[in-house]
Design a protein. Structure first.
Length: 199
């Protein structure tokens, strides 16, 4: 009897040791695959602080401070303003105005009237050239919004200064609505009339 018990004990120890070794390797493989999956997810930008392949941040237009404003320096070149812009807080707007005149005049019938209005429109923005580029890219949609706004204007509104100011505000909203829909950002702060005729 004693011979059997001596031979059974080492066989049981070998079997337990083998099972523990297999379980240890399986555990290491599981941990390794988890770490690998986590690193892949982090690098691909699915989670956390991203790695080498983090998604680029899409930034919108940037405000242009007056001291960084480009002004014409003669032969069509632009140069930063030097001393022309007042220091911040001494009057005027804090940000530079970037102007853009729409190429063609707009003509529209006035609401409930046999008369029509013909206007030239220019816009200003305190942002960089991105807003102007967005206006050029979406010219047809912007022109349509301007024409629809002019068509919703009554004859009485176009004869008073107050009515023209309200029309300017409505045009700013109409243009910004189009730009927000098409580009995700408006940016137009004012509309100016370069021509205004009622017939």
């Amino acid at each position: 009897m004693s011979d059997k018990s001596d031979t059974e004990v080492p066989a049981k120890k070998k079997g337990k040791l083998g099972k523990m070794l297999v379980m240890g390797v399986a555990l290491l493989a599981l941990i390794g695959s988890g770490v690998g999956a986590g690193l892949y997810a982090a690098r691909s930008g699915m989670v956390g602080g991203g790695g080498e392949k983090a998604k680029p941040v899409v930034e919108g237009p940037k405000l242009v401070p007056k001291n960084e404003q480009k002004r014409s320096a003669g032969g069509g070149e632009s140069a930063p303003a030097k001393g022309n812009a007042p220091p911040s807080g001494e009057g005027g707007d804090r940000y530079a105005s970037n102007y853009f005149a729409m190429e063609k005049d707009f003509t529209a019938n006035l609401q409930n009237s046999p008369r029509f209005v013909q206007v030239g429109v220019a816009v200003s923005t305190p942002y960089d050239d991105t807003v102007i580029q967005n206006l050029k890219t979406n010219d047809i949609a912007v022109r349509s919004a301007i024409l629809m706004t002019l068509g919703d204007t009554s004859e009485e509104q176009v004869y008073t200064t107050e009515g023209k100011h309200r029309l300017q505000v409505r045009l700013v909203h109409a243009i910004n609505d189009v730009l927000k829909q098409k580009e995700g950002f408006g940016g137009v702060s004012n509309v100016y009339f370069t021509n205004f005729v009622v017939q």
